[in-house]
Design a protein around this ligand. Structure first.
Ligand code: PGA
Length: 250
């Protein structure tokens, strides 16, 4: 298996610039020997600080969203080229909190992903079912729909620059982690979908799929030991340098 692990922090709406300085400064020495890719996704206002502090280190910086247009009358939005100019490398797209509270749809996820790729950003595309959907036996239907829509019109060549994050909505911020088996089996559904959309080899070798949802220092090693799980998207546990570094060293 040639997929390199990738652990990304999703700070959500946390950390001022002062707190960013403190957290990143503490994190740099703790993760400098990491064997996986290390990313921190921060609020827009912290990006410049995070990029500056991590320059020359193994920590990459990501944003938490991006608009699909290059520029224009979209009050409150940020375009991909604005992020690239800052030195940002990754961007989270379609997080369930955006789908739930801010009207994100499968179609806007796809538009944002294409704009990110066109500008040279690496999207971390989030998919995941709600508790009702899981209880109604619709996990496969939902994930196939979300994945297929997210990758509409995206060429095979782009796969090396895309990460998928499987985040069951019922596990986010709830302390209720999916068991390693459930996470693994569900990620397999996503990988099989990618095999159908692209090719089996591409899905096997080039598509990195993270698990996200209450992943932390305690459960990271068990999750990361699973065949299908290539990394983690870490919310709560990414806000303390010590905790996040333990996940990075799963
Ligand atoms: P959590 O968040 O680790 O706090 O559950 C994960 C996420 O929403 O990306």
């Amino acid at each position: 298996m040639s997929r390199k692990a990738i652990i990304a922090g999703n700070w959500k709406m946390n950390n001022t610039i002062a707190q960013t300085k403190e957290l990143v400064t503490a994190l740099i020495p703790l993760v400098k020997d990491a064997e996986c890719d290390v990313v921190i996704c921060t609020p827009y206002t912290d990006l410049a600080t995070a990029v500056e502090l991590t320059r020359g280190t193994n920590i990459k910086v990501g944003a938490e969203n991006v608009h699909w247009a290059e520029k224009g009358a979209f009050t409150g939005e940020i375009s991909a080229n604005m992020l690239v100019e800052l030195g940002v490398e990754y961007v989270i797209i379609g997080h369930s909190e955006r789908r739930q509270y801010f009207g994100e749809t499968d179609q806007t996820v796809n538009m944002r992903a294409k704009a990110a790729l066109a500008a040279g950003l690496k999207p971390i595309i989030c998919v995941g079912e709600t508790l009702e959907e899981r209880e109604a036996g619709k996990v496969e239907e939902v994930l196939v729909r979300q994945t297929t829509a997210a990758f509409e019109g995206i060429e095979k060549e782009a796969l090396d620059n895309i990460v998928i994050a499987y985040e069951p909505v019922w596990a986010i911020g709830t302390g209720r982690t999916a068991t390693a088996e459930v996470a693994n089996d569900t990620i397999k559904i996503i990988r099989d979908t990618m095999a159908k959309l692209y090719c089996p080899k591409c899905a096997e070798n080039r598509v990195r799929i993270q698990y996200g949802g209450s992943m932390n220092a305690k459960n990271a090693s068990e999750l990361m030991a699973m065949e299908q799980i290539d990394g983690g998207l870490i919310g709560g546990a990414s806000l303390k340098a010590e905790d996040f570094s333990k996940v990075v060293h799963f």
